[in-house]
Design a protein around this ligand. Structure first.
Ligand SMILES: Cc1cc2nc3c(=O)[nH]c(=O)nc-3n(C[C@H](O)[C@H](O)[C@H](O)COP(=O)(O)O)c2cc1C
Length: 255
């Protein structure tokens, strides 16, 4: 079973490719998180948890979702991340979750995909995105081949000696940057309410037709990048920046 979390579509795309190539089922973790209920899964194929990397780890809401889910059937768990280029020490924390749950950690790999963190960076050009996805498709096939054979998965992006710095960088990043306080909406807002439905924490509600953010936020960028009229800004950091969403559909064939 392939279970994914995705803010702007990159990880959904990777997960859908893997499930299509393995003839497996896909589950959208965000929808399950939004129910607020503890989830029981049953799968006789390996579990494949897919998520974006935020500050060199899986997002906290993803780690705690995995930790608090009941996994029946298969004992094997793979982890696939999408990222811009750096996976830090994500694997270490995921391995620890597997050990705690008595599951078998089958490995971790990161797939470079277009940057979606509009609050800090610019998304790559369309031409650059195409090149990134061509390379990503190769890596998705490599990963899938390993999963099908029940072999151990290694991360090609392994940051080696830098990995331990995750323990400093990750909490610093969340403390210094991750907050909903700077989200605001401009006059381009058409009150469609799309942002309300995409927030994993259900933190957004419409007041007089305009979005208002509660405190809980993981900076997944689903609201900001998914707004059909680009009406959501984050302070001044996002003004004039092109928004990024991956709407690709799986189109990989075994070669
Ligand atoms: C809050 C935040 C933090 C990020 N941190 C990292 C990082 O540490 N390393 C990295 O390579 N990419 C990082 N990225 C980029 C995303 O991991 C990457 O674009 C990912 O493919 C987005 O997946 P999604 O479209 O499924 O949400 C970050 C993005 C966000 C929004």
């Amino acid at each position: 079973m392939v279970v994914y979390f995705s803010g702007t579509g990159n990880t959904r795309y990777a997960a859908e490719c893997i499930s299509e190539l393995t003839f497996d089922e896909t589950r959208d973790m965000k929808e399950l998180i939004r129910t607020g209920k503890r989830v029981k899964f049953y799968s006789n194929k390996p579990y494949v948890f897919c998520a974006p990397i935020y500050a060199w780890r899986f997002p906290p809401l993803v780690e705690s979702f995995i930790e608090n889910s009941d996994l029946w059937g298969s004992n094997e768990v793979y982890f696939v991340a999408t990222c811009e280029s750096q996976t830090g020490n994500a694997a270490k924390y995921l391995k620890a979750i597997c050990e705690k749950k008595g599951m078998r950690f089958m490995g971790f790999a990161g797939i470079p995909m277009p940057e979606n963190y509009t609050v800090m960076y610019k998304a790559p050009s369309e031409a650059e995105q195409k090149k990134i996805f061509d390379r990503a498709d190769e890596e998705i096939v490599r990963i899938t081949n390993i999963i099908i054979r029940h072999q151990h998965l290694d991360d090609k992006l392994d940051m080696k000696l830098l990995k331990p710095f995750t323990a400093i960088i990750n909490p610093w990043f969340y403390g210094a940057f991750v907050s909903s306080k700077k989200f605001r909406v401009t006059d381009s807002c058409v009150s469609c309410g799309k942002c309300v439905g995409v927030c994993p924490y259900k933190s957004i509600r419409l007041v007089n037709g305009k979005p208002v953010w509660a405190d809980k936020c993981t900076h997944c960028m689903a609201c900001l990048n998914g707004c059909p009229t680009s009406a959501i800004e984050y302070g001044r950091r996002t003004v004039g920046k092109k928004r990024y969403l991956c709407e690709r559909k799986p189109n990989i064939i075994w070669r």
